[in-house]
Design a protein around this ligand. Structure first.
Ligand code: NAI
Ligand code: MG
Length: 498
């Protein structure tokens, strides 16, 4: 397969071709209402394309197509489905460059630091689940010598995957790959801000999947997401996004008693113990806080709890390190940090920064500088801010900001650090920085978070179970077990052969 290298203009042409389209039953179609909404490049305000504004009629068409396609897909041998996913992985891998640029245009994330790694991870996730398809095994049970007792894993049927905008393509892969491998048909609902890379990837996937097995809708939450989730023939919902919307989706699924997987917010603590390697912790803080993604990550290390003996040096060094990041044109290879996704998010982030500045005793350490080029005068760029002098009970330390804003909070004892870390409504991720194994293991044991790392704070990837405790969600993703648990149902069979 040849690698396709795309220029920004070619990618803009692709975006125009996909203008105002949905993907239903293997075809690119307009919304039945004819309505569409604008997708703008957050760095400049440039109109990238319009996206079809799907409503109830389009949901009906997508579900009907999925219901028709699913039985034949499920009837394929599991390994055959796996091979299709591996072919899909190769196809998306060959188009990774184009997909990365589409993500950069619609999301404002930097191409080199964020969008290319995201596109590469998408291919990786598809390949991982493609390989796991033949592991959809049941069990035999030694019940009785004259009764053959066993279980089989069946697909659920039609799955709805509702996506956010922060890592749109990666999260599409995380949701569709296990669902498809297990023999389900999937209807994706992309986020309003980022419909294009998802649609283009689905168009490519439709080259190797039977039509109707993967349909894509774009539209808003109430008009498209809600009727999709509530549709009687949707048997499973998987969602990543806000706690508020997660609750609505859980409620809608409860009304018809179907299972959900929810990946929601976070306020992930990073605990820097007195004996931590400071060089490693500073680099880890930059990665952990996802500064190159403008902090738009549910696992962002947005509470840095640092032993008092290291606190001042940590703040000075972290600021110096973040200052080296270049904020600017997402498409420029030199750029480390792009723009915030949308005006509402931009206003939300600036609102929190203002709130922090007004807390008595708080100090805002503003990092980096904004791009000077007049092209970016209306760009949604925000300078990263490191707050000190804020309490763990302050709103900035409790609420998910989803922007490049972190607080560094000192502690004196390990008990105090762990108590602060757990004093949160969220429980998605945490990291501990120490040279002492016993300290690390005590923290691992005590931390109420679904994803705990020691001396690193990387993003989640295939083969490590990913999902939060408390308000951070329900269920796990990215593993064989998550595929079996969340995208199949188990049937018990007893055969009496006396
Ligand atoms: P959101 O949770 O409202 O949107 C996520 C997706 O859900 C979008 O596709 C949206 O159209 C859909 N949706 C909205 N209402 C729905 C409904 N009633 N039924 C079905 N689908 C619905 O998140 P939003 O508004 O984009 O961002 C708000 C905040 O959420 C952010 O500031 C951030 O704190 C958090 N967030 C967390 C993410 C995570 O990775 N856990 C990702 C994105 C946002
Ligand atoms: Mg919302």
């Amino acid at each position: 397969m040849s690698l396709s290298i795309s220029s920004a203009d070619q990618v803009r042409a692709t975006a125009s071709r996909l203008d105002s389209r949905l993907l239903i039953d293997g075809l690119l179609v307009a919304a039945q209402s004819g309505r569409a909404f604008e997708v703008r490049h957050p760095a400049t305000g440039e109109l990238v394309a319009k996206a079809a504004d799907a409503g109830v009629a389009d949901v009906e068409a997508a579900v009907a197509s999925a219901v028709r396609a699913q039985p034949a897909w499920a009837a394929l041998p599991a390994r055959e489905r796996g091979k299709r996913l591996i072919a899909a992985s190769q196809l998306l891998g060959a188009h990774a460059d184009e997909l990365a640029m589409l993500i950069a245009l619609e999301s404002g994330k930097a191409l080199r630091t964020e969008c290319r790694p995201e596109a590469a991870n998408v291919a990786d996730v598809l390949q991982f689940f493609g390989g796991l398809a033949s592991e959809l095994k049941g069990e035999t049970v030694p019940l009785h010598s004259k009764v053959l007792a066993y279980t089989v894993r069946e697909p659920i049927g039609v799955v709805a995957a509702v996506l956010p905008w922060n890592v749109p393509l990666m999260l599409m892969a995380v949701k569709i790959a296990p669902a498809l491998a297990a023999g389900n048909a999937v209807i994706v609902k992309s986020a309003e801000e980022t419909p294009l890379a998802v649609l283009r990837a689905a168009e490519l996937l439709n080259e190797v999947l039977p039509k109707g097995v993967l349909n894509v809708l774009s539209g808003d939450g109430p008009g498209c997401g809600a009727p999709l989730v509530a549709h009687p023939q949707v048997g499973k919902v998987t969602f990543t996004g806000s706690v508020e919307t997660g609750r609505l989706i859980y409620g809608a699924a409860a009304a018809k008693l179907v299972p959900v997987t929810l990946e929601l917010g976070g306020k992930s603590p990073m605990l820097v113990m007195a004996d931590a390697d400071l060089d490693q912790a500073i680099e880890g803080a930059v990665v952990g806080m996802r500064f190159t993604r403008q902090g738009q990550s549910c696992t962002a290390a947005s509470r840095m709890l640092v032993h008092r003996s290291l606190h001042d040096a940590f703040v000075v060094r972290l600021k110096a390190r973040v200052d080296r990041l270049l904020i600017g044109d997402p498409l420029d290879e030199r750029t480390d940090v792009g723009a915030i996704i949308s005006r509402p998010q931009f206003d939300k982030v600036l609102g929190y920064i203002e709130l922090g500045r007004n807390v008595p005793g708080a100090v805002a350490h503003d990092c980096c500088s904004l791009p000077a080029d007049a092209r970016f005068a209306d760009g949604l760029f925000v300078r990263p801010v490191i707050f000190t002098g804020l309490d763990n009970r302050s709103r900035l330390a409790r609420e998910e900001i989803f922007g490049p804003v972190t607080c560094v909070i000192p502690f004196d004892t390990e008990e105090e650090a762990l108590a602060m870390a757990n004093d949160s409504d969220f429980g998605l991720a945490a990291s501990v920085w120490t040279r002492d194994l016993a300290t690390a293991l005590r923290a691992v044991d005590a931390l109420q978070a679904g994803f705990v790392q020691v001396n690193q704070a990387q993003v989640a990837g295939p083969n490590i179970s990913y999902g939060g405790f408390k308000q951070s969600g329900l269920g796990k993703e990215l593993t064989l077990e998550s595929m079996l648990e969340h995208f199949t149902r188990s049937k018990s069979v007893l055969i009496n052969f006396i």
